[in-house]
Ligand binder design. Sequence first.
Ligand SMILES: NC(=O)c1ccc[n+]([C@@H]2O[C@H](COP(=O)([O-])OP(=O)(O)OC[C@H]3O[C@@H](n4cnc5c(N)ncnc54)[C@H](OP(=O)(O)O)[C@@H]3O)[C@@H](O)[C@H]2O)c1
Length: 341
Amino acid sequence: MSDSPKRTRRYVLAERPATPTGPLHDSVLRYEDDVPVPRLDAGQVLGRVEWMSLDVATRGWMNDTRSYVAPAPLGEAMRALGAGTVSASEHPDFAVGDRVCGSLGWQEDAVVDGATLRRVPDGVPLEASLNILGIAGQTAWVGLHDIGQPRKGETVVVTAAAGGVGSIAVQLAVAAGARVIGVAGTAAKCEWVCEIGAEDCINYREEDVSAACARLCPDGVDVIFDNVGGATLDAILPHVAVNVRVVLCGAISRYEGGRGPAPLDNWFHLLPNRARMEGFIYADHEARFDEIEADLLPRLRNGELRSREHVVNGLTAAPGVLQMLFDGSNTGKLLVWISHP
Ligand SMILES: NC(=O)c1ccc[n+]([C@@H]2O[C@H](COP(=O)([O-])OP(=O)(O)OC[C@H]3O[C@@H](n4cnc5c(N)ncnc54)[C@H](OP(=O)(O)O)[C@@H]3O)[C@@H](O)[C@H]2O)c1
């Protein structure tokens, strides 16, 4: 054992939000600044949380709605992926000082079952385990390789292309030999998307997406890696090529305001083009995370894969910045950095 912390700070999910999306009322998350750290049982690990991931799904987990995973429980530290250092261990595979990641929650110190943790590889920053090597990279990898399957010379359109998942999908598609067109919400984001390999990028706030697709994809779109849904996806559909694969990764334009599914006026382009349209959840592929890491890690180490992180400082900043994912003001994977004295 080490001189591990006896007390910690955390945010507990105190009540369900009044609306399924949108800014949080103060009473949803309760800040507790002097919480006893429980004694470890056999198999448990105490992790000192240094990085916390804020994800689009975080807002959904707060709601009591039917989803791919149970709602985050009330009265417990809010659910979040995190990365940090082991400060005490009753698990044979982990020792004090080991670098780990897993579901650590909105708290500065987390007691978790060691079997749920992954090791962060040597020589990479802890936060990479929440980005290229974590949820963003795993999601982009599964969606692109399993469903998108881009071939050399094919045209891939990625929406929310400057974001955590999107920017990695762009680079994986470029690495597969495809020509990539991004879609993003500002000129600066579009510039970054081109910097990481896209041939062009459509600023959907300034340009007509359908007209831009017609101009940039004259031979049709072979793969749509879609993070946005709604009007953006609908605008791309008339431009699909024969045998298009539509990767349904996310539908962020429909989450805000609880708008739910949108009609796709242009769905009929899918049929004559023998389309495959498929959704997926990255967590279903947990058994393959080692395989995915083995592919992504060397590319991270040799600089082939780049990422941008939007870092906010301190646990207490977290509730106020979650909304950035929905108004587009995050520039890269949204992370909270927690410093420990
Ligand atoms: N299937 C899975 O297993 C899985 C796992 C993780 C994430 N996801 C999905 O992946 C997507 C990206 O997530 P992320 O965590 O990497 O977040 P992110 O892309 O870093 O941030 C979200 C971005 O979405 C864009 N956006 C927000 N509202 C929009 C709207 N109304 N229309 C168009 N774009 C909008 C914004 O970029 P702009 O400034 O460009 O608008 C914003 O920065 C989300 O849809 C998420 O649900 C899926």
